[in-house]
Design a protein around this ligand. Structure first.
Ligand code: GRF
Length: 221
């Protein structure tokens, strides 16, 4: 850490259970944490995550994308709000808007996302349903730096969970989400501690080429 915690803005669109996991690890209750959440931004006025931020006194704002004529105008406002907050890293946590090339370039290597699949498999939406349909035996979640193409970019960390014979998209989603709540704080901590470096488009953790990876039974221990 270079003189103080890493200041992050968390962008959400929904319930914000990943935001909650970040609050539970790095929120105001942890003044010595390597991460400080300086702002929560939602593009939807009804996002439940906003309440989670308010409850613990983290500044939050709704920037409703419907109030802007196009993506460029919306992203410009997003960018302004993030800069004003002093955030050094942007953390997408269930943020359901495609970002423009300009925004992604401005925040290149300072913009991370969590995706509910083992990338590069199952980019896009409905990952759990598609994973079941394809009969994969392992599914999971990925934390990655964001590149222009949706759900691409250097992989920082992955968590795998087993797919069970009687899984439905809902039961599988629940298992993956539980893994996400462990994975995102771990990955963010590594970044805040300066342990994540890029070698080209490959993320190195602690100087090693292996990204952080774990299998869900480890979550129980
Ligand atoms: C998570 O599954 C995340 O991976 C995906 O959207 C979901 C958000 O859930 N991008 P929540 O709002 O954090 O509860």
């Amino acid at each position: 850490m270079k003189g103080g915690p890493l200041k992050v803005a968390v962008l959400i669109s929904g319930g914000g259970s990943n935001l909650q996991a970040l609050i539970d690890n790095f929120g105001p209750l942890f003044p010595n944490s390597p991460v400080r959440i300086v702002k929560v931004i939602s593009n939807r006025p009804d996002a439940g995550g906003i309440e989670r931020a308010k409850k613990v006194g983290i500044p939050s704002v709704v920037i409703d994308h419907k109030a802007f004529p196009d993506r460029v105008a919306f992203d410009a406002q997003l960018d302004r709000a993030i800069h004003e907050s002093g955030a050094e890293l942007v953390v997408l946590a269930g943020f359901m808007r495609l970002l423009t090339e300009g925004f992604v370039n401005t925040w290149r290597n300072r913009l991370i996302n969590i995706h509910p699949a083992l990338l590069p498999s199952f980019r896009g939406l409905d990952t759990h349903k598609r994973a079941l349909k394809r009969g994969v035996k392992l599914h999971g979640a990925t934390v990655h730096f964001v590149r222009q193409e949706t759900d691409t970019g250097p992989i920082i960390a992955q968590a795998a969970v087993p797919v069970l014979a009687d899984d439905t998209p809902e039961t599988l989603a629940t298992r993956v989400l539980k893994a996400e709540h462990k994975l995102y704080p771990l990955a963010l901590r590594l970044i805040a501690e300066g342990k994540v470096k890029l070698d080209g488009e490959r993320a190195m953790v602690d100087g090693k080429p292996d990204p952080l990876a774990f299998f869900s039974p480890a979550l129980a221990s």
